[in-house]
Write a protein that binds this ligand. Sequence first.
Ligand code: FAQ
Length: 328
Amino acid sequence: MAEQSSVGATGVLSPQEVAGREAFEELIAEDSRVEPRDWMPADYRKSLTRQMSQHAHSEIIGMQPEANWITRAPSLKRKSILMAKVQDEAGHGLYLYSATETLGTSRDELTDQLIYGSAKYSSIFNYPARSWADMGAIGWLVDGAAIVNQVPLCRASYAPYGRAMVRICKEESFHQRQGWEILYELSHGSPAQKQMAQDAVDRFYAPALMMFGPPDADSPNSQQSMAWNIKRFSNDELRQRFVGMIVEQAEALGLTLPDPELRFDEESGQWIHQDLDWDEFMRVIKGGGPCNAQRMARRRDAHEDGAWVREAAAAYARDRADEMDEVA
Ligand code: FAQ
């Protein structure tokens, strides 16, 4: 009973739809999981498709800043680690596209929405990776923010999303440690290397904090998403948790967070960070960031270059299906 529409042409719910809605509301109230076969409200399906596909697009576009550094990694070991990480991100994109497909939109349609439409992907990947130290900052700050945001998603009410997130979070944890390790080595190297690490942290700190999304007061999706147990914490709560986590880590790295207003507030027991430039954030998510055009052009070219692979795979699948029919 996976019906999308909940209201018929007359505006009256059918008895099956009433039963489906009741079952859905019960699942949410008892914090259970919704499976693809279950009835779900059209808005729940739509909002999940939006969030999960944006998440998948982010993983795929997110391969670009790091892939650009594979050929320039400073050693064979660093090169193989970076290649493994970038491949992991491709895997994450694929789990997430597959999980999103269970909601009824095909991967081809989702891809078209990114390449030829206006689907979003994470703002962070529209910033350039200028030096090797940026591989460290991306691992430490970007994967670190992704973990804080995504661990609660392992408990998302939509079961295929939660299941995909469990494996993704394990891999992100390895990614964060490799970023930390790159920065640690640089910050304990020559003065020029330490400066390179500091410069990377200076450039990625604020964009990493913006990954959590707009402030709660300007987040149109959060409230409903939390009521449906998709998101478990608000954007500001997770951003706050992340800042609390990286303050001590930055000290251990011997690096400074570029935030003149950063201070520990005894009363709330929290680290207070500077106001972020939300105009910049809006510009970036609307396509006006430093690398939006380049990222999308690269993604479009890769998609078009890969058309023959998709055609060959489809032809192979058709042949296999014909063979199976003949055997049967
Ligand atoms: N960038 O109402 P809210 C990674 C949009 S994966 C771009 O607060 P929501 C791994 C939002 O979509 C990183 N757009 O939205 C990696 C909405 O627009 P819409 C990706 C953003 O959904 C590491 C509008 O603003 N992670 O890093 C952003 O409740 C290294 C209003 O916002 C995920 O996708 C943004 N930062 O909360 C890979 C995690 N923030 O759709 C490679 C899953 C907000 O109404 C290398 N997603 N927007 O047109 C989420 O947790 C949520 O969707 C949020 C946004 C928290 C991102």
